[in-house]
Design a protein around this ligand. Structure first.
Ligand code: SAM
Length: 250
């Protein structure tokens, strides 16, 4: 990591490289979502968008027999992803590549299943990028942060706006899916434990980073913002959370 010129993106990468997952989730919930799908087999092609270091991808790979491509914008994450596939003996059918989800290097209707955990602010945004690459009768399975209520306190609404994300209610997201030509198979929210799975190791990683960079204002501000995000979740978790949306293309 760079010395004095360290940026927030450097810190974000350095923190998340150390984690098994880079967002809220769990193996149990990944498998629960996967169990809603049928017709996947050895020739199925799966794309995991924003795969990070591959926490959920490795779980998918151990539960489906087809081939899987993980894409992420950060080469450091993809390097760990591909190390993980080798360690787990999955490299023959699981491959990570660096790509932007807005400019995917794939053919039209190439995938039987597109998966994406913790990347998309809402289903509409996700389908705008991904719909073209899903086969007819193929699946989209995504988690998006979603409002649980029609109204919520200004502080939490403002936080997500400032984070550059447009959150919608579960009903809105289901509507986006149906409007794009998908049959809703299921939608379910992630339990609070999935946030602990992410925030607890993240706080530990940030503590190490703070110790490594004493008296660095960029690091201190980064950690302050991170703590604020965690405080807000604890204060307002009845108003929002991550939701799995599972749809089948008509
Ligand atoms: N899916 C992983 C998980 O749940 O542990 C990672 C989730 S993390 C919150 C979001 C991931 O999406 C990051 O690894 C980030 O680099 C990637 N990402 C965000 N925007 C992206 C984009 N436009 N194109 C490709 N990857 C993106």
């Amino acid at each position: 990591m760079k010395g004095k010129n360290i940026s927030t993106i450097d810190l974000l990468i350095e923190t998340h490289l150390r984690l098994e997952r880079q967002g809220p989730g769990s193996s149990e919930m990944t498998i629960k979502a996967l169990n809603f799908l049928d017709n996947l087999n050895q020739i199925s092609r799966v794309l995991d968008v924003g795969c990070g270091t591959g926490g959920q991808t490795m779980v998918l790979a151990q539960n489906v027999t087809g081939s899987i491509i993980g894409i992420d914008q950060f080469p450091d994450f993809i390097n760990i992803f591909n190390d993980n596939t080798r360690k787990l003996n999955l490299a023959k059918r699981v491959n990570g590549i660096v790509a932007q989800m807005e400019d995917l290097p794939f053919q039209k209707e190439e995938f039987d299943l597109i998966w994406s955990e913790g990347v998309l602010g809402n289903v509409e945004k996700g389908l705008n990028c991904l719909n073209n690459f899903i086969k007819k009768s193929g699946y989209i399975v995504v988690t998006c942060p979603s409002w649980f209520t029609d109204e919520r306190p200004e502080e939490i609404e403002k936080f997500w706006v400032n984070a550059g994300e447009s959150l919608y209610t579960i009903g809105d997201n289901i509507g986006f899916m149906q409007k794009a030509g998908y049959h809703l198979i299921a939608a379910f929210s992630l339990p609070e434990k999935c946030w602990d799975n992410y925030y607890i190791p993240r706080e530990a990683a940030e503590k190490e980073i703070l110790e490594k960079h004493p008296e660095n204002q960029v690091v201190e501000d980064y950690i302050k913002n991170s703590k604020y995000e965690i405080e807000l979740y604890s204060k307002y978790k009845q108003y929002y959370g991550y939701v799995f949306y599972i749809g089948k293309k008509l």
